[in-house]
Ligand binder design. Structure first.
Ligand code: PEP
Ligand code: CO
Length: 448
């Protein structure tokens, strides 16, 4: 890896930065000075490990499960919520790996996913227009004038919550919770009594038998650390450039710059303009970078982004995340994939089946239907087969809790109001997540 030409952590400042809050400049400066001194949240060595896993995914030797909240919240911050989110992601990863035989790279939308791009600057309710909610690191979701004023000290709270969340994630993934011999214990009650839960139980039984078999053969599974620990990476949309710049550090072992706010960061559909600030910032960091590509994205745009963000064509660097919508993916994806392939760039191809399938339900809630989500993933797999590239992963919005935000699934969820709790987009609940993992594992097994 190498540092980019004519780049520094602040070189984005000369360019147009969309979706930035109207901060109080003095407050912002004070907070940023503080954030420049805080310890990094993640480390260069960890980011390099993720890059090498992504390089395997590019070769068709892995599959990424990236999942978590649309927007993390300061209010819903507690240990059970973090544990349940991790649990459902680990369960889904076991299903994917067991059913397909493909290693799963696990990445949370967690420990830093606090900033949201918005299509409208203002939100109007009953003739009152207020600045839109832009994530807990910016303003408060309450619909009052005071709540919606951007406050820079929220950035510091976001950093602190990220640090505490990461601390717990590291403890859970390295300290026994993620041990494969505990797969039965992950089967949460509400899932355990359901068809998805039963299917998971079967896999858990088979894994236990395999571990027993190894023991009987004289191989001691307790000596194999890979069976007891999990590599779990963090990610978020790198939207607030002042914050991301403040967390960017030069790695002492290599001299390379890393954005130490998360292992993987991505550029959203609304901020991926080639000449603007977000692309400039991302071109200099050595983290893997995701780029969301909506229904209007072209192959040429994708190739230009690859050229700017990865001129040296390094492996494990670029993740192109297609999110065209269930009805458009079969038309949009093959054109983009073909053009990027023709350019010679090797990338990870990923599907975000959530953001192209959001609609307003008759009850007034913003929702997504499980069937549309599945249909987009199927279209993505089909597009990858047709163009001869490897389907490298899925990017999902979900939670471990029993919320009612997305319609459908095995239970055919239809009533949204009983537990609609998201601060932004609707998330799959634990059951829907596990159900989806079984469906995706079938597609993956067939492709393999
Ligand atoms: C998101 O991932 O929550 C998001 C806003 O996505 P996109 O940029 O694809 O709309
Ligand atoms: Co979202």
């Amino acid at each position: 890896m190498a540092n980019a030409q004519n780049w520094e952590p602040g070189s984005w400042r000369k360019l147009k930065a969309l979706q930035q809050p109207t901060w109080d400049k003095e407050d912002l400066k004070k907070i940023i000075n503080e954030l420049e001194q805080v310890p990094p949240l993640v480390f260069g060595g960890e980011i390099r490990s993720l890059r090498s896993s992504l390089a395997n995914v590019e070769k068709g030797e892995g599959f990424i499960l990236q999942a978590g909240d649309c927007a993390e919240s300061f209010e819903a911050f507690n240990s059970p919520a973090i544990r349940e989110k991790l649990r459902v992601i680990l369960q889904m990863a076991v299903v994917l790996t067991y059913q397909s035989g493909v290693p799963t790279v696990k990445i949370g939308r967690i420990a830093g996913q606090f900033a949201k791009p918005r299509s409208e600057d203002l939100e109007t309710r009953d003739d009152i227009a207020l600045p839109s909610y832009r994530g807990d690191a910016v303003n408060d979701i309450a619909f009052t004038e005071k709540a919606r004023v951007p406050k820079a000290k929220r950035l510091l709270r976001g950093y602190n919550q990220s640090a505490a969340t990461l601390n717990l994630l590291r403890a859970f993934t390295k300290g026994g919770f993620a041990d494969l011999s505990r797969v039965h214990k992950w089967n949460k009650e509400f899932v355990a009594t359901t068809p998805e839960g039963h299917r998971f139980e079967e896999i858990a039984n088979n894994i236990s038998k395999a571990l027993e078999f190894m023991r009987a053969c004289g191989i001691d599974p307790s000596n194999e650390h890979k069976l007891h620990e999990v590599d779990f990476y963090t990610s978020h949309e790198a939207l607030l450039l002042d914050y991301e710049e403040a967390l960017t550090r030069k790695d002492s072992t290599t001299g390379d710059y890393y954005d130490c706010s998360a292992h993987l960061v991505w550029i959203g559909e609304r901020t991926r303009q080639i000449k603007n600030a977000h692309v400039e910032f991302m071109r200099g960091i050595n983290n893997p970078v995701g780029i969301k590509l909506g229904p209007s994205a072209t192959g040429q745009e994708a190739v230009e982004l690859c050229e700017v963000l990865n001129p040296n064509r390094e492996p494990g660097k670029i993740v192109l995340v297609l999110r065209a919508g269930a009805d458009s993916i079969r038309e949009v994806a093959p054109k983009i994939i073909e053009e990027v392939t023709k350019s010679g760039h090797i990338v990870t191809w990923m599907s975000d089946p959530m953001h192209g399938n959001t609609f307003k339900h008759a009850s007034g809630y913003k929702t997504r239907h499980f069937d549309d989500i599945l249909k987009e993933i199927e279209g993505f797999f089909e597009s990858c087969s047709k163009t001869g590239v490897w389907p490298g992963g899925v990017h999902l919005e979900l939670t471990g809790d029993d919320v009612t935000e997305c319609l459908g699934g095995l239970d055919d969820l239809a009533n949204l109001e009983s537990r609609y709790e998201t601060s932004c987009d609707p998330r799959l609940n634990g059951r829907q997540g596990l159900d989806l993992a079984f469906r995706v594992s079938e597609l993956l097994a067939a492709r393999k």
